[in-house]
Design a protein. Structure first.
Length: 129
């Protein structure tokens, strides 16, 4: 399976300090995957949530770590940003699984300070601050 044409959707380093996030928290609510990013800002800790609407697939792995995927990522270089793969065999398989009833999107982000990678197939993405 191939994924290519990664487009940056969100760059957390627009607001994160140079050393990155303090930690992340992952939760589920009514089919949504919610990734909350905690970070230092001024004199307090702030947070922002990446909400993946109607998630049908999610993978959270250590980064760096052993790869257990058969996905070939072509041209994927923006590792600290949330990217959407404009072409994804994997996403296409999920759409076929649902008889093309849903228009899905394929996202991936790596949190460098937390040493984790999150990959999601879902209907949409929103930022909740």
């Amino acid at each position: 399976m191939k994924c290519r044409n990664a487009k940056v959707i969100f760059d957390p380093f627009e607001f994160l300090p140079g050393y990155g996030e303090n930690r992340i928290s992952v939760s589920f609510d009514k089919g949504d995957l919610i990734v909350t990013v905690f970070y230092d800002s001024d004199d307090s800790e702030s947070q922002i949530s990446l909400v993946f609407k109607h998630s049908c697939f999610q993978r959270i792995t250590s980064m760096p770590g052993a790869s257990d995927t058969v996905i070939e990522y072509e041209g994927y270089e923006a590792i600290s940003s949330l990217v959407e793969f404009q072409y994804s065999d994997f996403k296409d398989r999920w759409e076929k699984h649902f008889n093309n009833l849903f228009k899905l999107r394929h996202f991936k982000i790596i949190f460098l300070s937390d040493n984790s990678a999150i990959e999601v197939i879902c209907e949409d993405f929103i930022l909740d601050s």
